[in-house]
Design a protein around this ligand. Structure first.
Ligand code: NDP
Length: 323
């Protein structure tokens, strides 16, 4: 037997139960991983609450982990027992051991510890595709990132600064503003109410070519109003709730804007894309360009407490669950 946090129905943090589950056997093309660390991500809240549809019940939630390979299924030649590995997706992470398709797994260099590995894969690969593919940030550009002191946010602040961008972050408290600044944000606003006016002031009226908005419902309009003509609205999360349906005509009226709702799963669906994305992340982390900020750890069995902290906006940076 092994241990996992499972849900039998969607709901609040209390639906997560720490229970015995049979140790899974790796099928063809799979590896069995012993987790040393498990990543906490906002998407775990969406699956737990029912905002995202559970593929089956009971469900072991969690999309990210790092550990060692314990066993190989048939046909797996790219990994050996004992390899240090990490991954982001598919679901099933809140467990002491799990099986996973080998083509979703990345080798973790010796210089990156398991806690960092579990913290960085999902949030860091998200930062990679947002900054390098959804919109390829150029030196001299000014960008807006919401939830700048969060997991994805602190990585984006550091990486975008390294790329030569001016970063405008949005956070909810003065302490979070200090943290975002210490991680590379040039300007940090507390609250989004004055975002368009502040963007106008900072950019001398030019506005920004891209806004990265993971807050969703509460910030959508302020984000749209901060874009330059032909700008790109990247709506990549729903921390405040999903964005209601919009009138496409709005994009024309606001300056021939572009709108995308990207997901890491699409950007890393092909093995080659996953390797490029993870490879660039490992490179910036290994060189110290991006320092993964693990600000909270919880025992895996206390995942409910971690969810409560995340949803109450009490966390900063990344959070890791320890099996
Ligand atoms: P964070 O650490 O950023 O935590 C969420 C933050 O959102 C909070 O700390 C808070 O920061 C802010 N927030 C604003 N409004 C609310 C609200 N009403 N309730 C709760 N939080 C709120 O989480 P992650 O780094 O794990 O994820 C960031 C976002 O990116 C999430 O929305 C997630 O779904 C999305 N995401 C999307 C991916 C994709 O591929 N599309 C992949 C990975 C993440 P503050 O207090 O400063 O406002």
């Amino acid at each position: 037997m092994t241990k996992a946090i499972r849900i039998h129905a969607t709901g609040g943090p209390e639906v997560m139960v720490w229970e015995d589950v049979p140790t899974p056997e790796p099928g063809a093309g799979e590896v069995l991983i012993k987790h040393e660390a498990v990543g906490l991500n906002y998407i775990d809240v969406y699956f737990r609450s029912g905002l995202y549809k559970a593929p089956s019940m009971p469900l072991t939630i969690g999309m990210e982990g790092a550990g060692t390979v314990l066993a190989l299924g048939s046909g797996v030649t790219s990994f050996a027992v004992g390899d240090r590995v990490a991954y982001a997706g598919p679901i099933g992470g809140y467990a002491t051991e799990r099986t996973i398709a080998a083509d979703r797994v990345i080798k973790l260099p010796a210089a990156i510890d398991f806690t960092t590995g579990a913290a960085m894969m999902l949030q860091g690969m998200t930062a990679q595709y947002l900054l390098r593919r959804t919109h390829r940030v150029q030196r001299g550009e000014t960008i807006v990132i919401h939830a700048a002191a969060g997991g994805v946010g602190l990585i984006i602040c550091q990486w975008a600064r390294h790329l030569g961008a001016t970063v405008i972050g949005v956070v909810s408290t003065a302490a979070k503003a200090e943290l975002a600044k210490a991680n590379g944000a040039d300007h940090v606003l507390i609250g989004h109410d004055n975002l368009p006016a502040e963007v106008k002031r900072i950019t001398g009226g030019a506005m920004v070519p891209v806004v990265y908005d993971s807050v969703g419902k509460d910030t959508f309009n302020a984000s749209i109003d901060s874009l330059a003509p032909l700008g790109l609205m990247v709506s990549f999360g729903n921390a405040s709730g999903p964005v209601p349906p919009i009138d496409v005509g709005l994009l024309g009226a606001k300056g021939s804007l572009y709108l995308t709702r990207p997901s890491l799963a699409t950007y890393t669906a092909k093995r080659g894309d996953l390797e490029t994305c993870a490879g660039e992340l490992i490179d910036v982390v290994s060189k110290g360009i991006v320092k993964i900020q693990v600000k909270q750890t919880f025992p895996l069995k206390d995942a409910a407490a971690a969810h409560r902290a995340l949803e109450a906006r009490k966390t900063t940076g990344s959070t890791v669950l320890i099996p």
